[in-house]
Design a binder for this molecule. Structure first.
Ligand SMILES: Nc1ncnc2c1ncn2[C@@H]1O[C@H](COP(=O)(O)OP(=O)(O)O)[C@@H](O)[C@H]1O
Ligand SMILES: [Mg+2]
Length: 342
């Protein structure tokens, strides 16, 4: 088996709206693909299609070596799906939830209890294992949800916005748990609105816009697409701006841009570190009073904004019945897809 997830030309239409307008995905085993995109871009529809919950109108996909349309049972046996809406029974304890799922998946009672205990320990839920799930915090619930979809030791894990609305420490913990799965060889497809989440977890990132793949690559590749590193130099006095500009122009790959009110010059350098050193020397030789000297890389925020022209607070395609709603802003540690370009 070459790819753990292999989709080609996936299409899904709802009414006269293309939720998926021809999607290709190739995810090697043991890697994490981050699916990034604004609300309504088709992330959940993609996940649901690959998890055999939605039948595509066209195209085909193989997951863990099996066709999602003609071999759904084989696929289901090898995948785990955790969504923003936890599939947790509120009235059962954490342990009961896991044991029940194990039983439903065909485990005998003893192995089901053993697997539940194993996951409870691995996910740091021992102290709450015998409390009803309705007493769990959001972070604990997500952990239980993730544990639940690992019962049958899936080869491929689908995580649809797994940390939306979580506080920072719960988010970090969940990232750690996901990394542990990947270290064990599990393939993960993760949708997210958090650029830093994709940056932190994903080997490769696919950016979705309006049901289509609009960009693909590693975080670094995507950042490079938007532009190379640039040097930002702020001077201490307004009268230093012109001589600084003259000095920096000697190492610039393109005409520098000047922000007079911030007394800042932004310059694209010709080549890596050498140019940075030369720029510093030119400024020193010209005795420019430099206040700040920084090499700035484009962020994934820049990438996202440039590719989709959208921010989380900007216009969105709306949310489908299957899609989660926007995260509660008060509980999110970092604003997803901030519009500000640094
Ligand atoms: N069951 C459905 N019926 C009708 N429209 C849907 C359904 N599911 C999704 N859609 C629409 O398909 C588009 C993609 O939705 P979705 O995959 O949920 O996006 P995302 O997860 O990226 O926010 C949206 O415009 C949404 O309204
Ligand atoms: Mg969604």
């Amino acid at each position: 088996m070459e790819f753990a997830i292999h989709a080609e030309g996936l299409r899904k239409r709802y009414g006269d709206h293309d939720a998926l307008a021809g999607v290709d995905l190739h995810v090697p085993p043991g890697t994490v693909l981050g699916l990034l995109g604004p609300n309504g871009a088709g992330k959940t529809t993609t996940v649901r299609t690959l998890a055999t919950l939605v039948a595509p109108d066209a195209g085909h996909a193989r997951v863990a070596g099996f066709d999602v349309v003609s071999q759904p049972r084989e696929v289901r046996r090898r995948i785990g799906l955790a969504g923003q809406y936890a599939a947790v029974d509120e009235l059962l304890t954490g342990r009961e939830n896991l044991v029940l799922l194990g039983r439903l998946l065909g485990l005998a009672r003893r192995p089901a209890r053993r697997r539940a205990a194993e996951l409870i320990a691995a996910f740091g839920l021992e102290y709450a294992a015998d409390r009803t799930a309705k007493t769990y915090s959001g972070g604990m619930r997500r952990r239980l949800d993730l544990a639940a979809c690992l019962i049958a030791r899936p080869h491929v894990l689908f995580l649809d916005e797994p940390t939306t609305g979580l506080d920072p420490s719960s988010r970090l913990l969940l990232w750690q748990l996901v990394r542990e799965q990947v270290a064990q060889g599990v393939t993960v497809l993760l949708t997210t609105q958090y650029l830093e989440e994709a940056d932190a977890l994903a080997d490769r990132i696919t950016v979705f816009g309006k049901g289509q793949v609009i960009a693909e690559g590693t975080a670094d590749e995507l950042k490079r697409k938007v532009g190379d590193e640039r040097l930002e130099v702020s001077v201490a006095r307004p009268d230093a701006l012109q001589p600084a500009l003259a000095a920096l122009s000697r190492v610039a790959a393109a005409p520098p841009s000047v922000d007079e009110s911030a007394r800042r010059i932004c310059v694209q350098l010709a080549d890596g570190l050498g140019a940075v050193a030369t720029a510093a020397m030119e400024l020193e030789l010209a005795q420019i009073p430099v206040e700040d000297f920084a090499l700035v890389r484009p962020s994934l925020d820049d990438v996202f904004l440039q590719l989709t022209g959208e921010t989380a607070t900007g216009p969105t395609g709306g949310d489908g019945p299957a899609g989660p709603t926007a995260p509660a802003a008060s509980t999110t540690p970092a604003a997803p897809m901030q519009g500000a370009v640094s």
